[in-house]
Design a protein around this ligand. Structure first.
Ligand code: ADP
Ligand code: MG
Length: 293
């Protein structure tokens, strides 16, 4: 009788927009102790807009925008799209760019008019070991405390501007955290974004555990950390960066349009890009289990 129940279970899942790639994981979902969510694009809309900027005295805003947009023009990242859009609105002349390179989980670099230029987050600043002028430090601190993501512009080793980007928490995320708590499940959040931004989002949603400033290659280690506490762990993500963590989790859940890599690493795919489907998945798994008794 068990295969029949499992078959019913997967077709019921499919009707609810859940594609089950691994049935064992689907059965395990009922026992999850903790679920880790990727922040950007999963708990938040992932559609950043530039809300503020600051430059050092020697650089004007238009020049900073033109430079940042030149480097970001070849990037697919949501941050890149927002910077290019904001620059477009300013009608700036485009600059000569070559040697574009994406630095995973950190940012991007390129040569612009012969200068080496980087655009990226806190992880990138750490890597470049750039000195942060007081005025830009104050700007970054204030933006971070308002849950805004700060992106830095570095030219020839010198930090010359910072952009504050606002993302929006998805409406469904509040209910997701609340419902999982009611099911006795710990809710964790994993992000490459700064600690301040992560803490602000976590506070707002009532998230229990925060892993911030995590490099893509370290994301699966955070899954392992919860494993090592004896927990059965679910992971929800959409990006290429999330793939190893999805594989490492007991139940890997790819959400939304998800990248191919994320989809191939997941046990369950939520096609509707609604984080509430994570709750439905756990409930469906629990309901199926009761039937099997
Ligand atoms: P997340 O873990 O939130 O999904 P990513 O791993 O894609 O984020 O990126 C981590 C951090 O690296 C971002 O928060 C940002 O600071 C920086 N970053 C990545 N790509 C870019 C880019 N194209 N432009 C600027 N910053 C970037
Ligand atoms: Mg992501």
């Amino acid at each position: 009788a068990i295969p029949l129940v499992v078959a019913i279970n997967t077709s019921l899942a499919a009707r609810n927009g859940m594609l089950v790639r691994d049935r064992i994981a689907m059965e395990e979902a009922r026992n999850l102790d903790a679920i880790i969510f990727d922040k950007t694009g999963t708990l938040t809309e992932g559609e950043h807009g530039v809300v503020d900027m600051a430059t050092v005295d020697s650089v004007n805003e238009d020049d900073a925008f033109a430079l940042a947009a030149a480097v970001e023009s070849d990037s697919e990242h949501m941050i890149a799209r927002a910077i290019c859009e904001a620059a477009d609105e300013r009608d700036l002349t485009s600059l000569d760019t070559s040697g574009f390179e994406a630095i995973k989980g950190r940012g991007v670099r390129a040569s612009v008019d012969g200068d080496e230029v980087y655009v990226g987050g806190p992880n990138m600043l750490t890597q470049l070991d750039s000195e942060v002028p007081d005025s830009l430090q104050r700007f970054a601190d204030e933006a971070s405390q308002n849950a805004q993501t700060v992106v830095h512009l570095v030219r020839e080793g010198e930090l010359i501007a910072a952009f504050a980007m606002a993302d929006v928490i998805r409406e469904e995320s509040y209910q997701v955290v609340d419902s999982l708590h009611k099911l006795g499940i710990e809710v964790a959040m994993l992000t490459g974004d700064s600690q301040d931004v992560a803490d602000a989002v976590a506070d707002e949603l009532g998230i229990d555990t925060v892993f911030a400033e995590v490099l893509p290659e370290d994301k699966d280690k955070k899954v392992q950390e919860l494993h090592d506490q004896g927990k059965l762990v679910g992971m929800v993500g959409d990006g290429v960066n999330d793939a190893p963590a999805l594989t490492r989790a007991d139940v890997g859940i790819a959400i939304g349009s998800g990248t191919d890599v994320a989809v191939q690493s997941a046990d369950v795919i939520l096609v509707q890009n609604n984080p509430m489907d994570v709750v439905r998945l756990v409930k469906l798994s629990k309901a199926s289990y009761r039937k099997m008794q």
